[in-house]
Design a binder for this molecule. Sequence first.
Ligand code: AMP
Ligand code: MG
Length: 345
Amino acid sequence: MTQNFRATIVLTVLTVVAWLACLGFADSFEKESTCSASEVEQSSHQTFAEWTRFDFSASKMGVPVRLSFYASNESIAQKAADAVFAHFDKLNAILSDYDPESEIIAVCRKSSETNDYVALSPDLFRVLAFARTCTEKTDGAFDITVSPVVKLWRRSRSFRELPPPEYLEKARQLVGNDRWELQADPPAVRTLAPGVRFDVGGVAKGIALDDALEILASFGITSALLDAGGDLRIGDPPPGSDGWRVEFATLTPDDSERPVRVFANVGIACSGDTNRYVEINGVRYSHIIDPRTGNPLTEHVVVAVSAPCAADADALASAICVLGETEGKKILARFPGACLIDFLR
Ligand code: AMP
Ligand code: MG
């Protein structure tokens, strides 16, 4: 399917993105595949300007994932998309905190039982190492050990009732980088209190998107715009252009006033409580937790951040929601190349 490269994305506040002109994509990508050398070679006979735009979409990690990129032919495009979606599935099996069999849940459970280090897969090690660094760089505003608190508030969203205070208090005790240790060689993790769990939902999509761009590059594809539930990883511009057009919605979306910006080689993430919150007794409780207090945010906020990679943008957007605009801007300096695109209250 050929579309003008200027097909625009709408960054709806929070759950970013409606792609204009991306209909009718294949929606089932099940097997892993690799690109053969001859196919990549064949692509070199065409100039980049002659490459075609391809679009694919599938539901992964609980969100719609959309891939738009330029490739020399449909066979390579399909194989590249298959490989990307297979990688999302692989990461989901490792990182999901909804799946009791995921590696991230299993290692915490085992470490609680044995009171010892538990071996990690390379993927889980790098995700935990990245998350731990983010906690340090955000002064604790981004912290994956919020998991037990998040779970209590998820239940609250379902039943529209506040979590029992004694449960909340127990969950709060499990939050903090000092509740777990990470060992690099061999890769292993140890939790330091029974019940410590990790929730990498604040950064998993960003990490998966960065991986996805690398996977596409292994197929010779570098001009790409990748979207996971509103978080974006943007590669090289489409042929003959300066970049991919991203349209930002405002808090009260008005088609005529959406600012459009052009991006290349960047990650963009949005966080906030536009869609995920529960209102109880007139108070609006966000799905984002302030790890320093163990309480959900209660002020409506939406943050959009850009950074050289989607993982940094993802972690930062969540952290800046917690920190607020002034403190948030201070920690941006610790993430080289990161910018605050929008902070809306
Ligand atoms: P995001 O949409 O990227 O801001 O991620 C939000 C998700 O991250 C939530 O649904 C929780 O699963 C998790 N989370 C909530 N608060 C935090 C926090 N302070 N630090 C890290 N992850 C969080
Ligand atoms: Mg995030």
